[in-house]
Design a protein around this ligand. Structure first.
Ligand code: GAL
Length: 375
């Protein structure tokens, strides 16, 4: 009630000042204009009253390796900003996440920070935006991409993530140059063509789709430019040209073990390079290769490329078990989300000043955090 009265008083002040300013338009001197502007600014500040933010932070799955690093960073950022928050684990189930959001709103959450579970269709994110709009609270999506139209349906909805294609483009470029520069050593069976395996993150996830496509396309462009043939999938019968590893180290390990059983490293058609949409999957492949005596850090090694540049991947690169990764900034993502939460805390629109401070996609409320090559 107190807040409502304060807001009404502030509004009355704004109307009074606007009326005054309008009356004086004709005979205002520059000095007077300045005074009016100053007063108006003060009033604006008064209207943008600090809010006690109670944020619900909804994660698609606590077991995801990269997102665990984002969670650590975001916990630290929100704590430092003095924002109350609770983390929720949907354990990869959209229905669970929906229930968690309903409960949080009914318990007084006034900011939703959402890593949506279902990214293959727009419905899940739209339903969450609808819940936020009905409760008149802002929603910040992050990492798992949300459609432009979904964000456009509510002025207090926005997204913090990466440009999905960028990691694939960088990985493909890095792999292409690496293979071009070491071609004969990588072409283990000497047939003139490099055979690869692709660990795809999650079907329908925009990042997985883009990394799978552009990783290979950009690598092929470098090879063709160097007069080499394009990559060939290790299993000619696989029309999809990927294995569905679902961002998971264990799944990638199992898929790689199976691949190595049909295409053993000491056979005629060995796998010569590994592309993985994320580091955890890359590390699963390294473990399977280790079981076959490869990629132990010395001796026989094939290049393995990932994305995220997690601490484990950085260690594997240093040890010579992986060839490279693309850094996805967990801290950059967390800092950006926390800055938007701080807007809400300051009583401003959630996306206030975003264009001035971040890399925003034109015509949307999407902020893109850049990647970096780590070879
Ligand atoms: C990606 C990240 C993956 C995984 C995924 C979850 O950005 O590279 O490791 O965390 O998000 O959707």
């Amino acid at each position: 009630m107190k807040k409502l009265i304060a807001l009404l008083l502030a509004l009355v002040m704004v109307f009074a000042l606007v009326a005054c300013a309008a009356d004086e338009v004709v005979e205002e001197t520059p000095e007077e204009e300045e005074v009016v502007e100053e007063v108006e600014e003060e009033v604006e500040e008064e209207v943008a009253e600090a809010v006690d933010v109670v944020a619900g932070v909804f994660w698609y799955d606590f077991s995801d390796a990269f997102l665990s690093t984002v969670r650590d960073a975001l916990d630290a950022e929100l704590t430092a900003a003095g924002i109350n928050f609770t983390n929720y684990d949907a354990a990869s189930t959209q229905a669970t996440q929906n229930d968690q959001i309903d409960t949080a709103i009914s318990q007084g959450a006034n900011l939703l920070i959402v890593n949506v579970v279902d990214t293959a269709a727009v419905d899940a994110a739209q339903a969450i935006v609808d819940k936020a709009a009905a409760a008149e609270i802002p929603v910040i999506f992050f990492n798992r991409e949300v459609d432009d139209a979904v964000l456009a349906s509510y002025e207090e909805a926005c997204f913090v993530g990466t440009r999905a294609a960028e990691a694939g483009e960088m990985q493909g470029q890095m792999a292409g140059e690496y293979i071009r520069d070491n071609y004969d050593a990588i072409d283990l069976n000497g047939d003139g063509t490099i055979s690869y395996i692709m660990m795809k993150g999650e079907l329908g996830n925009p990042e997985a789709e883009a990394r799978t496509q552009f990783g290979v396309e950009f690598c092929n462009a470098v090879l063709v430019e160097a007069g080499k043939p394009e990559l060939a999938y290790y299993d000619a019968n696989n029309a999809d040209k990927f294995q569905p590893s679902n961002w998971s180290k264990t799944t990638a390990f199992e898929l790689m073990e199976t691949a190595l059983s049909t295409n053993p490293m000491d056979g005629d058609a060995p796998i010569e390079v590994v592309f993985a949409n994320n580091d955890d999957a890359a590390l699963g492949c390294v473990e399977a290769l280790n079981n076959a005596g490869w990629n132990t850090g010395e001796g026989d090694t094939i290049p393995v490329f990932g994305v995220d540049y997690t601490a484990d991947a950085a260690a594997a690169i240093d040890a010579g078990k992986m060839a490279g990764s693309i850094l996805q900034s967990a801290t950059g993502m967390a800092e950006t989300v926390a800055a938007l939460a701080a807007n809400v805390q300051a009583g401003k629109a959630v996306f206030a000043d975003a264009e001035a401070n971040f890399n925003v996609d034109e015509g949307t409320t999407k902020i893109r955090v850049p990647y970096e090559i780590k070879g």
